[in-house]
Design a protein around this ligand. Structure first.
Ligand code: F0G
Length: 458
């Protein structure tokens, strides 16, 4: 049978408030056409992010009740630590309130001015936390992965030749660590192959540089390895994960993704001295090392979620559902980053709306239209978010791509919701020539996408 089967029953529901197009027109105008400023109760299907938006299971909610709220050495902490040790194989676990807190602690210790940190593609908080300490974050994706239409199985792979060149140029003493983001969120949610993980690890060992994963979507990455890499079809995802992490010296993790919880994160290492330094920083800003800014109940929910995310029926449904959305819109002509990622589908707005120049923000225009037409909230990942200022002229240098990300929360929407999204996108696509560009009428100097106000251009 080909129908996508959600391997869970729904025990608790949250009603979705239906809105009319007229209401949405008014709401958009009031929000300055910025979807970050729309109230979530006015959104029908919220595809803004897959982060912290998962539905927890009955076992996780039972864990919430079990949560031991002792300040120090709670039972829930040991449950979380032992689960992480078992799944990832690292000795030291530092709990944090989310991924970027783990990044901040790691990079404050490891990164200095003059350093460079290679990655396949840095997520924006990762880049910001590295650059905050004066180091440079460098993206080393393979060239062919930069073509949105190229259908390759492991578009998250790092360019190994470029990695060695970069290390030799900078001098290995200036490379405090090598990162690999699984799956590669900013590059389209694309997986990294086991052979690439092995190759990155070999380079790291050759130059004696620690190798870390940005592990947010580790289970989705492992499932892609099972589906696509020869030799892994008969391996359990759990074994693949153990194999992947055996090549690394540590990881940062946002539990808001593949630990199926609404808040949390952690940092892992096998280096005892480094772990001590990390714990010292943790106490300063996050909390005692056995809770790190989280409640005991959160630690418990993470421990349960990390086991659940490795369930292969769940992963089969998860990946099939995202691929279904991507395939159905792309077969009808909508240009997307191919193949669809693990957690999201990215529409190539520049290719879909060639009549809108990049300084009229085709991605923003398309995400506005999706909300207006069907109440779907997506996010522009293009020049609104990533344009840089030309230091000479002060004008914007456009981002390399103008994308709209449709990120799918885990276990939240049903197949009919996904069908609704497909239908809405195809209706918008049929009238794409009528979509108008926008201009920015108000913006903040940094991270403008969160607060900017827009107007349609005539
Ligand atoms: N690394 C990656 C690859 C991420 O995608 C994120 C968050 C982080 C680190 C930071 O984790 O939010 O827990 O501090 N990504 C979210 C997104 C925000 O929408 O893609 P955090």
């Amino acid at each position: 049978m080909s129908v996508i089967f959600e391997p869970f029953k729904i025990k608790s529901v949250e009603p979705i408030r239906m809105t009319t197009r007229e209401e949405r027109e008014y709401l958009l105008q009031a929000a300055g056409y910025n979807l970050f400023l729309i109230n979530s109760e006015d959104v029908l299907i919220d595809l803004l992010t897959d982060s912290g938006t998962s539905a927890m299971s009955s076992e996780q909610w039972a864990g919430i009740m079990r949560g031991d709220e002792a300040y120090a050495c709670s039972k829930s902490w040991f449950r979380m630590r032992d689960t992480i040790r078992e799944i990832f194989g690292f000795e030291h676990v530092i709990p944090t309130h989310q991924g970027r807190a783990a990044e901040r602690i790691l990079f404050s210790i490891m990164c200095k001015k003059g350093h460079i940190v290679p990655n396949n593609t840095h997520f924006d908080t990762t880049r910001a936390n590295i650059e905050y300490h004066g180091a440079r974050a460098i993206d080393l994706l393979k060239k062919e992965a930069l073509d949105p239409a190229a259908e390759l199985p492991f578009k998250g792979d790092m360019d190994i030749v470029a990695l060695e060149k970069t290390i030799n140029k900078a001098g290995q003493e200036h490379v405090p660590l090598i990162l690999l983001t699984i799956t590669n969120n900013s590059g389209g949610g694309q997986p990294v192959s086991m052979s690439n993980i092995r190759a990155v690890s070999a380079v790291a060992q050759k130059y004696n540089i620690p190798f870390y994963f940005d592990a947010c979507r580790f289970a989705e990455n492992a499932y892609f390895i099972k589906l696509r890499e020869p030799g892994y079809q008969n391996k359990q995802v759990k074994e693949i994960v153990r194999d992947m992490f055996s090549y690394a010296d540590g990881c940062t993790m946002s539990a808001k993704k593949d630990a199926l919880v609404n808040i949390g994160g952690f940092l892992c290492t096998n280096d005892g001295r480094l772990a001590e330094q990390e714990r010292e920083l943790l106490i300063l800003t996050e909390g005692f090392p056995t809770y790190g800014g989280l409640a005991g109940r959160d630690l418990e929910a993470i421990a349960v979620g990390l086991h659940e995310v490795l369930n292969e029926d769940y992963l089969r449904y998860r990946i099939a559902s995202t691929q279904y959305l991507g395939r159905h819109i792309s077969e009808a002509g909508v240009p997307i980053v191919q193949p669809p990622g693990g957690h999201a589908v990215y529409i190539d707005a520049k290719a879909m709306l060639p009549h809108i120049p990049v300084d009229r923000y085709p991605g923003q225009a398309l995400s506005i239209e999706l909300y207006l037409h069907a109440g779907i909230r997506s996010v522009e990942i293009g020049s609104v978010m990533f344009a840089r200022k030309d230091p000479k002229t002060g004008s914007d240098i456009p981002a390399p791509m103008e994308l709209v990300r449709l990120a799918i929360p885990r276990r939240v929407y049903t197949q009919s919701h996904i069908d609704f999204v497909v239908e809405a996108i195809l209706e918008v696509y049929a009238r794409k020539d009528k979509i108008r560009g926008v201009k920015i009428v108000q913006q903040a100097p940094f991270l403008r996408h969160f607060t900017a106000k827009f107007k349609f251009v005539k």
